[in-house]
Write a protein that binds this ligand. Structure first.
Ligand code: GDP
Ligand code: ZN
Length: 376
């Protein structure tokens, strides 16, 4: 999905619609002194990007932003400093430090990461109630969401297909048990149920929609954005090439507040395959593990371990087993590290909001489910 750009002009005040706040202003101050202009990247392609600035939407070259470092490649959601009006072409001169980032990475640390979206506050994981819950898949998306630094939210979609409220509450409980610390909402785009809570949630900060194909992401995006998105999709499908036209963007200010990012890369399959990738690479070990006496065998010293037996018999090279263990551990370390980083980020954010005396949003468990409330 891509977003139509209804207007290419943006007043300086409208940058706030794209998430500009006092912290970004403080980060940017030194560049303002250099005569540069702030902006947020709404789309990237072939070394150039579309940036919303106080001068409106501008096209800018990114060649000055260290292209050799993959983590410095400009992506949708980035805040940047560009040349003032008059420069032709305009150049992105610097990238403001990211608060959060979705990085496509493999379990091998040698492989280079690829930034898919930056400065995302809410990672909304859409899970369809039309099919049987796959909790493992939910966990995988949640791992990806936590890893980015964004706060995950699970949205159970198509709730109209589960008319029995008792059954629905069991499904919600199952997901909640799988997702500690993650609000679980139910919505029906068909009936409009639950959309108010979701709208309120995304009205503060920047959100992305994650989830399997068919989970209802486009439908939710349409409900949040309005009818335009669907029109764009239809136009693009007729075109048949799956390409974006110059009137599309991957980041849009929502009518009720907040920003929605939807990039093709974020939707792409394989993004959350780091763990299953390990399993695929070492499929013979996974197969052997299925024959261990204990289901939770760690293949260290357990009796009846088929993996160790294969090493003893020479069928499995010990080097290969060690490599497998290393990759599994690496994955676990990444998750642990990002959890710690996330906690400190959340603390910092609360401190910031507290210091500003700004109302912060909080999700509370109300009598009728999750509600969004303001509190000082
Ligand atoms: P995406 O692939 O995640 O973007 O999923 P879509 O938004 O394209 O939705 C997949 C299918 O689910 C479509 O046929 C939608 O009409 C259907 N769908 C989406 N939301 C709802 C809902 O709230 N209720 C029902 N019954 N169907 C829905
Ligand atoms: Zn074993």
């Amino acid at each position: 999905m891509s977003f139509a750009s209804p207007s290419s002009s943006a007043s300086s005040h409208s940058l706030a619609l794209y998430g500009w706040d006092e912290d970004w202003a403080a980060e940017f101050a030194v560049y303002a002194d250099q005569g540069l202009v702030p902006g947020r990247v709404v789309r990237v392609d072939r070394g150039q990007c579309d940036v919303v600035t106080p001068d409106g939407a501008v096209r800018a070259d990114t060649e000055f932003v260290v292209p050799r470092d993959p983590m410095k490649v400009v992506c949708t959601g980035d805040w940047v400093a560009v040349d003032a009006a008059g420069g032709d072409p305009r150049y992105v001169r610097t990238l403001l430090p990211r608060r959060t980032a979705f990085v496509r990475s493999t379990s091998s640390k040698r492989s280079e990461g690829q930034i898919l979206a930056a400065n995302v506050d809410h990672a909304i994981v859409a899970v369809s109630l039309a099919v049987e819950l796959d909790l493992g898949r939910v966990e995988r998306f949640l791992a990806l969401a936590w890893e980015s630094g964004a706060q995950p939210v699970v949205v159970l979609t198509k709730a109209d297909l589960v008319p029995d409220p008792v059954h629905l509450s069991y499904l919600v409980q199952d997901v909640e048990a799988t997702a500690p610390g993650v609000p679980v909402l139910t919505v029906s785009a068909l009936h409009g149920d639950g959309l108010e809570v979701l709208t309120a949630l995304v009205s503060d900060g920047t959100s992305v929609l994650l989830g399997q194909s068919g989970a209802g992401k486009s439908t939710l995006a349409n409900a949040l954005v309005g009818a335009d998105v669907m029109d764009v999709r239809a136009a693009r499908d007729i075109d048949g090439k799956g390409r974006h036209t110059t009137t599309t963007r991957n980041l849009l200010a929502l009518p009720a507040g907040g920003v929605l990012i939807d990039t093709p890369g974020l939707r792409g399959v394989g993004l959350w395959d780091a763990e299953s990738g390990v399993g695929q690479v070492f499929s013979e070990i996974e197969e052997l593990a299925g024959r261990c006496r204990f289901q939770d065998c760690a293949h260290e010293s357990e009796p009846g371990c088929a993996v160790l037996a294969a090493v003893d018999s020479g069928e499995l090279p010990v080097r290969r087993l060690e490599s497998y263990r290393k990759l599994i551990r690496e994955n676990q370390r990444i998750v642990a590290k990002t959890d710690a980083r996330l906690r400190s980020e959340i603390r910092r954010e609360w401190k910031r909001r507290g210091a500003e005396g700004k109302a912060a949003m909080e999700l509370k468990r109300g009598k009728w489910g999750w509600v969004v409330s303001d509190h000082p």
